[in-house]
Design a protein around this ligand. Structure first.
Ligand SMILES: [Zn+2]
Ligand SMILES: [Zn+2]
Length: 347
């Protein structure tokens, strides 16, 4: 992706630290340095789906929002949010959400990913490859049954039904929504997809557990079995894998209220905000304003300084050196060498 243009900063290679955002002049505290734009793709968790505006992510302390669209199972805080959402999705997008909502209604309430995620080791690249190959083998059978104009043979029909039965056993509406959101983003604008999403830092072991991997493969097959035919060629293992590989290093949590809020409603990938590195004493503040993130100078920043956010969402303030290092290593896989960590490093 071409880095965001700004009079305040530029994106530059930093020795031994990849890319970073560097102030190109002195920046007074309080300066708004970047507005991220809406997420490329995101998910609002099922638990919050009936209380969170599908367009602007407004959440009113758990109250039900005034506009409810029963056909797509989305809620909105106003007519203008509903209209904005419909316009952004386009006809194919709205149709796809309708299909997904019908599927979820027919299959009952779906499982809650968090409850069932379980423990266990992170699947390795080889296991991931094998699981997706098997899913794609089954997807081919489903595709033929959906696209073929002639009736299936008895044997093929049996194979299709067996797959449908098996994949219908576990439903994870959060994974389904997230994948569909990413698919539609790719569908609407392949050029923007290539420019923004494919250049993000990717995680090659993105699934937290075996169950998580299975849930993603299963959701892929469910999407192949229910989405409108015009989207079918687009729904590939590669695309579903990319959508998830992109989130670990690039997603921002969507929370109600301030950064410290307890209500974790979902997350989204914001490509223009993916250039900021982490510091345990960040000089930027980030705040979600509706669908966008605003990045503001938290203190005076000097020409040539790196502009950093905290990936720890404010928790870093009360965490000691060891706890910060451990959390950053676990979640993002790096040893933090920020100024504060250099100062506080024991020995
Ligand atoms: Zn809204
Ligand atoms: Zn640090």
């Amino acid at each position: 992706m071409s880095p965001p243009e700004s009079g305040w900063f530029e994106v530059r290679d930093i020795p031994n630290a990849g890319r970073g955002v560097i102030a190109r002049c002195d920046v007074p505290a309080g300066t708004l340095m970047l507005q991220s734009g809406p997420p490329a793709f995101h998910v609002v968790f099922k638990l919050y789906g009936k209380e969170t505006c599908a367009y602007c992510f407004h959440w009113d302390r758990g109250r039900t929002l005034p506009i409810r669209d029963h056909t797509t199972a989305k809620v909105f805080c106003s007519e203008s949010c509903r209209a904005g959402w419909a316009q952004e999705q386009g006809k194919a997008g709205v149709d796809a959400w309708l299909c997904l909502a019908d599927f979820l209604r027919a299959r009952g309430r779906g499982t809650n990913a968090d409850e069932e995620m379980g423990d266990g080791a992170r699947p390795q690249p080889g296991e991931i490859e094998t699981a997706w190959q098997e899913a794609d083998r089954q997807a081919k059978i489903l595709r033929v049954s959906r696209e073929s104009k002639t009736p299936q043979s008895k044997l093929d029909r049996k194979a299709t039904l067996a797959i449908m039965r098996k994949i219908g056993e576990a439903i994870d509406s959060d994974v389904l929504s997230y994948l569909l959101c990413g698919l539609l983003y790719r569908y609407k604008d392949p050029t923007r997809w290539a420019d923004e999403v494919l250049s993000l830092a990717m995680d090659d072991e993105p699934y937290k557990t075996q169950k998580d991997l299975e849930s993603n493969c299963n959701s892929y097959l469910q999407l192949v079995s229910v989405l409108p035919l015009e989207l079918l060629p687009l729904i590939t293992p590669e695309l579903c894998r990319t959508i998830v590989r992109a989130d670990n290093h690039n997603a921002f949590g969507i929370r109600s209220g301030g950064e410290d809020s307890e209500e974790y409603m979902g997350y989204g990938v914001y490509p223009s905000a993916s250039y900021f590195n982490h510091s345990c004493a960040p000089n930027l503040k980030k705040q979600r304003v509706g669908r966008q993130w605003q990045f503001t100078a938290g203190l005076d920043i000097s020409l040539g300084d790196q502009c950093c956010i905290s990936y720890l969402g404010g928790d870093e303030r009360d965490m000691n050196f060891e706890d910060r290092q451990r959390r950053l290593k676990e979640a993002w896989g790096f040893d933090c060498g920020c100024g504060r960590c250099t100062d506080e490093r024991p020995g």
